[in-house]
Design a binder for this molecule. Structure first.
Ligand code: ADP
Length: 509
């Protein structure tokens, strides 16, 4: 084993002195042993403050600010604005009972105008837009045309936070990796905020008095559209695949929104997936101040062995300056599937760059269990493996779910199509399934896409799909609900769909 070397001396040099070139690298050095983390890459507010400029001030006192969106992030933004002395109005398209009671929960100083966003935005000097509201909303467009400043809740919150921020984006795996990085770092430091697009909004971190060591933040493309200065110390781009074409005019627009994560970085690291086609594009065109570091490094005949994090002989390994340091055997992971091996590598790399000792990372990786609704095995006593993958709302995540299966599965597919390329599923469905049961609005589209597939059934609803699956599944079979679509045709959201699936599976067992 290596001794306690200055593993991240490289980091300090680069971030104090400016960015490195755009050649993917990892810091050179060896393996930190437990308790030996004298050399730290990014270690809490004090050293971060020494190497990075603080957040750009945002004058709010007395300013008329309208928050558009009554969800958790909008409500937290309103509280933060109020604390900072702004004159706050909150608005939403919705004006029903749920919206009213959400608005009434806010402190007295916050005014609300429901169902009439245009009126609420009329006199605003600043708009704080929630990620659920598209910038193309007519009221927002009118305000933008009039030259009103607009930011997102993430940007707002970041102006009041100084702890180093690890931002995590990508088409799939954001929540898993964000939770995993938060879990690992919490085994090292006492004050780790984990949230953003999942769990607590970033504004909740800004509202709290906690002296944060790290901010581990899931960032969706919708949130990234409205950042103006946010500069993660480590930005992770997990992967890119077409998604959200119900909101973006093109795949290029969606990818561009993701690349915003790098726009304001003046140092720090961009953590990129070596196997992803988008990585070359990013290193070539979208990294301004960040140094690229690779995870999921691909090896094979004729390929140079690059620095970064990879799987070597079944062990997640960091290669740095030509030297390999083992982190954790893949068999120690409790999260299933090849995609989760990629996720674990990304999380390990982020934590290494944050300066976390290797043994702490290994412990965190091996103790982390799957989040609900992501390849979650539903216990049942019928001998069938029922998997709830309700969060798989695009074809890329279903492809990973199928490719990770050992034998042919019964696949439940359907819901509301988001304009995805459903044809990309065809080959994987033919290879890895023995029966497909379609449900929901997209059933007809899937029937066309899967034309010629020998064992296709159409159910009226997910509940009926579960019944049909039960009728044909024998002990030893796997039934996978990995729907490739949004849930809103039949359910409130993917959680409601997954909870319902779980309940129906249990009911019958
Ligand atoms: P996100 O927050 O990006 O939606 P999640 O971690 O919630 O990601 O996972 C969403 C879906 O994507 C789940 O079905 C999960 O099994 C799948 N998934 C997770 N990680 C990956 C990955 N790296 N590549 C492809 N699919 C993934």
């Amino acid at each position: 084993m290596f001794g306690a070397l200055d593993m991240f001396g490289w980091f300090r040099k680069r971030t104090v002195g400016g960015a490195a070139g755009n050649t993917p690298v990892v810091p050179s050095g060896g393996c930190a042993t437990e308790g030996s983390h004298t050399a730290r890459a990014m270690d809490g507010p004090s050293s971060a403050a020494a190497t990075a400029p603080g957040p750009k001030p945002l004058a709010l006192a007395g300013r008329r600010v309208t928050v558009f969106g009554l969800g958790a992030s909008g409500r937290a933004a309103a509280r933060l604005l109020l604390r900072e002395g702004a004159r706050v109005t909150i608005t939403d398209d919705a004006s029903g009972d749920a919206a009213l009671s959400a608005a009434r929960e806010l402190p007295e100083g916050v005014q609300f105008i429901l169902g009439q966003p245009a009126r609420a935005l009329e006199n605003a000097e600043l708009i704080v837009l929630s990620p659920g509201v598209p910038r193309s909303h007519p009221a927002v467009q009118a305000a933008l045309d009039a030259g009103v400043e607009l930011i997102g809740e993430i940007e707002l919150a970041s102006r009041f936070l100084t702890a180093p921020l690890i931002g995590i984006t990508g088409t799939n795996g954001k929540s898993t990796v964000t939770s995993l990085v938060g879990h690992i770092l919490s085994g090292w430091k006492p004050h780790v905020f984990t949230g953003g697009n999942l769990g607590d909004p970033l504004a909740a971190a800004a509202l709290s008095d906690t002296p944060w060591d790290f901010l581990v933040v899931e960032l969706s493309s919708f949130q990234l559209e409205s950042i103006r200065t946010l500069s993660p110390r480590i930005a992770v781009l997990l992967n890119l695949a077409p998604d959200h074409l119900d909101r973006y005019a093109s795949v290029a627009d969606y990818y561009r929104a993701k690349f915003h994560i790098f726009d304001y970085m003046k140092g720090g690291f961009a953590l990129l997936n070596h196997a992803d086609a988008g990585t070359e594009l990013v290193t070539g065109h979208y990294l301004k101040g960040a140094s690229p570091v690779l995870f999921n490094v691909q090896t094979g005949a004729g390929k140079p062995l690059l620095d970064g994090v990879r799987v070597a002989d079944g062990v997640i390994t960091v290669r740095s300056g030509g030297r390999d340091v083992p982190v954790c055997p893949v068999t120690d992971l409790k999260i299933l599937g090849t995609h989760n091996v990629e996720n674990a590598q990304a999380a390990a790399a982020a934590c290494l760059l944050a300066g976390c000792p290797v043994p702490v990372i290994a412990r965190g990786l091996s103790s982390f269990t799957a989040l609900a609704h992501r390849m979650e095995v539903v216990p049942s006593d019928d001998g069938v493996t029922w998997i709830n993958d309700s969060k798989a709302t695009n074809p890329a995540s279903v492809i990973k779910a199928l490719d990770g299966q050992k034998g042919p599965v019964i696949l439940l597919l359907g819901g509301r199509d988001k304009g995805s390329d459903l044809f990309s599923l065809r080959e994987h469905v033919f290879l890895h399934t023995r029966q497909v049961i379609l449900f929901g609005e997209a059933a007809e589209k899937f029937r066309i896409v899967l034309q010629g597939y020998p064992n296709l059934e159409i159910a009226e609803s997910l509940r009926e799909a579960v019944k049909l699956a039960r009728a044909s599944a024998a002990p030893g079979d796997t039934v996978l609900m990995s729907p490739a679509c949004a849930s809103f045709d039949e359910f409130r959201n993917y959680v409601h769909r997954g909870d319902s699936f779980r309940a129906w599976v249990r009911e019958g067992s």
